[in-house]
Design a protein around this ligand. Structure first.
Ligand code: FEO
Length: 407
């Protein structure tokens, strides 16, 4: 049975959901599933915008057949060739061999690399600013390299103001019937998944996202719909979404607040983290969250680190080094180009406390634009009462740096 929705009178969402997949890209947990969005325009010509992951291929093809209603498919625009969107491309070619494939030179190269038999079909290589007319609708193509792969482009339907945004403006989370942003409570139910999607999938490429935002800014008054390849379609409140992207792509925190990420073997470092959290709240900073790095997938840690201004790293010393999962978290920050955060450090070690120096060295030498506060809480096995003054000083240093940033 087909499952489609109209976006406009002649534009249809024909995507599909995957709630069985545990790990997106085989690495990021998606407990709420994910949608693979594809769209069909039924103009004088019929036009498919992207395909779907192999796991969703059957539903996608059924949807496509239903919307075409016996018509042939004239064009297939591939904005992004990563297999979560391009994997069903060859199935489309087999069923609609007369289709003209419109995409970028790099995307055609990737199609061949993935083993798709595109040669012999009509291929239309497009470049920035090219246009194609399908009847009433004219589209223009905009290069979007590294958002999130090098071949990516976005397509803008200038007739109806529809931006086919590829990976930009997408989110983890399957669509439960509700397609549009104004059919859900995005800020309540979706923003955390949207942030986790952006920061872990595209977060590294902030400067490239900035370039795309500048291009989109030039036509923002003409955009009526944003159709991403994952998650809800946007048809209003663009300012909310663009503001989030502006923060994320410039690595500016969304909120003043403290994330305490702790690595604790027997609960003693966790106890110190708890004591600091309570102290911060007592002093009036209640936007505090705590995460056990051992029990929290790093994609959630990264997402929260993009959200908040201050990060406390509390780590035991392990094999004379940083606790491995804490180190992995730091490595992910580096990989994703995270910048502009203020760090405070709690270290623990029963006989050779090394984790504090090593974490500070990593932050100073491997990350960009970070600040490490001078106050540090050092523990020998556990937090004792005589350290109450140092704990208090650490909380004060965090609050003082927040006040300083507000000036
Ligand atoms: Fe959703 Fe970069 O693919």
């Amino acid at each position: 049975m087909y499952c489609v929705r109209n976006v406009t009178e002649d534009l249809y969402w024909i995507g599909a959901n995957d709630r069985r997949l545990a790990l997106f890209e085989n690495i990021h947990p998606i407990p709420r599933g994910v949608s693979y969005n594809a769209y069909v325009l039924t103009d004088e010509k019929t036009v498919l915008f992207d395909t779907a992951d192999w796991s969703a291929c059957r539903q996608f093809l059924e949807n496509l057949e239903h919307v075409l209603d016996g018509r042939d498919l004239d064009y297939m625009v591939i904005n992004h060739m990563e297999p979560d969107h391009g994997a069903s491309l060859e199935e489309v070619l087999l069923r609609y061999p007369n289709v003209t494939v419109i995409s970028t030179q790099k995307a055609f190269m990737l199609m061949r690399q993935f083993g798709f038999h595109i040669d012999g079909h009509t291929l239309d290589e497009v470049h920035e600013g090219d246009t194609r007319c399908f009847g009433a609708h004219t589209v223009t193509f905009v290069a979007a390299p590294m958002v999130h792969w090098p071949e990516a482009m976005v397509t803008f339907d200038v007739t109806d103001g529809v931006l086919f945004a590829a990976d930009a403006f997408g989110s983890f989370g399957a669509l439960d019937g509700k397609l549009f942003n104004d059919e859900v409570s995005f800020d309540r139910d979706w923003i955390d998944d949207a942030r986790r999607y952006y920061t872990n999938i595209v977060g590294k490429y902030g400067p490239h996202v900035q370039l795309l935002l500048k291009k989109a800014g030039a036509i923002v008054d003409k955009i009526k719909y944003i159709c991403p390849l994952h998650g809800p379609v946007w048809r209003n409140d663009f300012g909310y979404l663009i503001d989030k992207y502006q923060h994320w792509s410039t690595y500016e925190p969304e909120e003043k607040g403290v994330m305490i990420a702790y690595a604790s073997m027997y609960g003693n470092t966790e106890a110190a983290a708890n004591a600091l959290a309570a102290k911060l709240c007592e002093k009036g900073m209640t936007n505090v969250v705590m995460y056990d790095v051992s029990g929290t997938h790093v994609s959630y840690l990264i997402s929260e680190t993009f959200r908040l201004s201050h990060v406390v790293l509390a780590s035991v010393t392990y094999n004379l080094g940083i606790y491995p999962v804490m180190h992995n978290y730091l490595m992910d920050m580096k990989a994703l180009n995270l910048q502009k955060r203020t760090f405070a450090i709690i270290e623990n070690g029963s006989w050779a406390c090394k984790s504090g120096d090593l974490m500070e060295k990593f932050i100073q030498e491997e990350l960009k634009g970070m600040t490490v506060l001078g106050s540090r809480l050092s523990l020998a096995s556990s937090l004792q009462e005589e350290k109450a003054g140092e704990l208090d000083a650490l909380a004060d240093a965090i609050l003082a740096s927040m006040a300083e940033e507000t000036k």
